[in-house]
Design a protein around this ligand. Structure first.
Ligand code: PEP
Length: 257
């Protein structure tokens, strides 16, 4: 059975106290309605800013099915890389996951598929699970090259991993035109792309792994549209930005399966 996952990308929002409060609220709601009854593990992954991780790891510790991750990591273990954070550091703070290749990182920080491949490798070698983001721009969709774009992002960023490493990856399909815009992909558009991604995984790693692999949708997913998206056969959950900053909305999304 494929794991159902809802992940919250808080981006550069909340200070430490606000982040602790938000994660406490989410955990309280989950404790009242434990995730085990809804998902196989992992269920919920919170991606706060780096500086919150230690505190949030303590808050989620005893809440079954809730994990904390970092929004980025560097592709070296340690050394003269001022301002960067490595996978072992993230792990030592209590995180289990890391987001790699978010479109904001690709666009604003010029992260190439090659760099993302290196980051993914270091993260997995150092014991983190990777949520790897891919997605096409509006122009690429309008030019009908979106399938090609995703194929290339996955081939160059991920598909050189061996099967054992690849099983530590979750893919998030996030069309760039849907992120933070209020313009969500239709359930059909999401399903089409997720089925395509699953086919690519099957070609590369075999049907068995593809069938058990979690593919999340991201891009203006909210408490109102989550259910329709999650109902699609190949949509195994969501990576949520804006709507993950309100505990009540995020919890509704968690309950949308
Ligand atoms: C994201 O940042 O990954 C995201 C999906 O954002 P939003 O839900 O706000 O579109």
């Amino acid at each position: 059975m494929r794991k159902k996952i809802v992940a919250g990308n808080w981006k550069m929002n909340t200070n430490v106290d606000e982040g602790k409060k938000l994660s406490q609220e989410i955990c309280e709601m989950i404790k009242k309605k434990p995730l085990k009854t809804i998902y196989g593990s992992p269920g919920v992954i919170l991606f706060p800013p780096f500086v919150h991780i230690i505190e949030i790891a303590k808050i989620i510790k005893d809440v079954e099915g809730v994990f904390v991750g970092a929004q980025n990591c560097y592709s070296e273990l340690s050394g003269a890389y001022t301002g960067e954070i490595s996978a072992p550091m993230i792990k030592s703070a209590g995180a289990t996951h890391v987001l790699i290749g978010h479109s904001e990182r690709r666009k604003l920080f010029n992260e190439s598929n090659k760099m993302l491949a290196a980051k993914t490798s270091f993260a997995i070698e150092n014991g983190l699970n990777v949520v790897f983001c891919c997605g096409e721009s509006l122009e690429e969709r309008e030019n009908e090259i979106h399938f090609e774009v995703i194929r290339r992002q996955l081939k160059e960023g991920l598909f050189w991993l061996d099967i054992e490493s690849f099983s530590n990856v979750i893919i998030a399909y996030e069309p760039v035109w849907a992120i933070g815009t209020g313009k969500t992909a239709t359930p059909d558009q999401a399903q089409q792309m997720h089925a395509f991604i699953r086919e690519l995984i099957a070609e590369k790693y075999g049907k068995e792994l593809a069938d058990s692999f979690s593919i999340l949708y991201g891009g203006s997913c909210n408490a109102k549209n989550a259910q329709q998206l999650f109902e699609q056969e190949d949509v195994d959950g969501g990576l949520i930005g804006g709507a993950s900053l309100k505990a009540g909305d995020f919890f509704k999304i968690i309950q949308s399966f």
